[in-house]
Design a protein around this ligand. Structure first.
Ligand SMILES: [Zn+2]
Length: 400
């Protein structure tokens, strides 16, 4: 990586010492989404736009929240146009609806795409700007107007979007995913309600859970990690390794669902400060090029990236192995790092997640490496920066 890139990461590290990001007030437990609706009404909001996706709406998952709001005297408008990896056009459509309805607050119900989309809609609405003008990593230093109050009910335990300063939107034209980053994107209040996650199919439970694990692990090995992100990342890792297999095997286990939801938020709080790394940088390209779901892409890429990075973060990976109860008497840090990576591979295999990307084509390597480096270098504090040849070799290992 260039000297300028290293300098940017160093400046970021320094800035983080003085920055505290806002955290939402978090309600947890079965029924907490309805309690959140009553709290929204208590704030004095009278016109709430609910942002979600069509499948969740058709499943009836949004109806209880809408009823709770209506019972509290709040007028409700549902915008259910969110699709996975929402494009600029979807965001602009939401801004239009928000204006027409004259909402005074927004409730996002759904996975990462719904919450990210709601954040982008509010940010574009408040700043009267096209999403393309608000994307970019360093723009949070610019003065931006705060959007309407945002409330969130995640229906997956994975992205952590309910607590982060990030919204990822898709630029269809350049086939890239673009981040909007601003502390003003953080929701005011969140409900982690396991009842809304009980019906999630096992393969989505697996992929979203591995996304949360990736946030915890990448935040922990990042050079931007600090004491507070370490505590969060270690706790999230331990919980996910023990609870994800339980939630995968029995989606109706509300205790496991709730613990996964809390772990996912903890991992979100960790990476909103410490950032992510090459796993995300590469997974974002696989999502943009082949529409691979974000969590699935991370799950596949993570062991490959950890294998090439472990020489520079063995102590940190060994910490995580100990946290997860994988420590063995007399084992070296290198051996524990290997045991941790092996555990991730075993979890993937047990949940039917492949070790390779069947859509991956060698002729796309140039684009993937260029865009992944553009995302990671100068932004993420990865333990070791790769050269192009090393990155291509890593991708070779993921070819079908
Ligand atoms: Zn992620």
């Amino acid at each position: 990586m260039s000297l300028a890139g290293r300098a940017r990461v160093a400046v970021n590290r320094l800035a983080l010492k003085f920055l505290q990001f806002p955290r939402p007030f978090i309600l947890t437990g079965a029924g907490s989404s309805l309690a959140l609706c009553r709290e929204i009404a208590n704030t004095g909001a009278r016109r709430v736009m609910v942002i979600t996706d069509r499948p969740l709406f058709d499943l009836g998952l949004v109806a209880p929240a809408c009823k709770a709001l209506a019972d509290a005297g709040v007028a409700v408008e549902v915008f259910h146009d969110v699709v996975p990896d929402p494009a600029y056009e979807v965001v602009l459509g939401g801004v239009e609806r928000l204006k027409r309805f004259r909402a005074d607050a927004v409730l996002a119900v759904g996975g990462g795409s719904s919450i990210d989309c709601a954040k982008a809609i509010l940010h574009c609405h408040a700043n009267d700007a096209h999403p393309a003008r608000l994307t970019g990593v360093w723009l949070y230093a610019l003065p931006r107007r705060r959007g309407l109050p945002l409330y969130a009910v995640p229906t997956t335990a994975g992205t952590g979007s309910e607590v982060t300063i990030v919204s990822v939107v898709s630029d269809v034209q350049s086939r890239t995913k673009r981040p909007i980053i601003d502390p003003k994107l953080v929701p005011a209040m969140v409900a982690l309600d396991p009842e809304l996650m009980a019906g999630l199919p096992p393969h989505i439970t697996a992929a979203t859970g591995m996304d949360a694990l990736t946030h915890a692990v990448e935040a922990y090995v990042s050079s931007l990690a600090d004491e507070q992100t370490d505590v969060l990342a270690r706790a999230a890792t331990a919980t996910i390794l023990s609870q994800l297999p339980v939630a995968y095997a029995n989606g109706r286990d509300l205790a496991a669902r709730e613990r996964m939801a809390i772990a996912s938020s903890m991992a979100g709080l960790a990476f909103t400060r410490a950032g992510v790394g090459y796993v995300h940088a590469i997974a974002h390209q696989l999502g943009a090029l082949y529409h691979l779901p974000h969590g699935l892409a991370n799950a596949i890429v993570m062991p490959h990236v950890l294998d090439v990075s472990k020489g520079h973060c063995a102590v940190r990976l060994a910490d995580l192995a100990r946290t997860a109860g994988l420590a063995r008497e007399g084992a070296t840090d290198a051996a524990l790092a290997d045991a941790f990576i092996a555990r991730i591979r075993a979890m993937n295999e047990a949940m039917g997640i492949p070790s390779r990307v069947k859509e991956l084509r060698r002729e796309d390597f140039g684009t993937i490496v260029r865009n992944a480096f553009a995302e990671a270098h100068g932004t993420y504090g990865v333990p070791r920066y790769l050269g192009k040849a090393e990155a291509r070799a890593l991708l070779e290992g993921m070819l079908p």
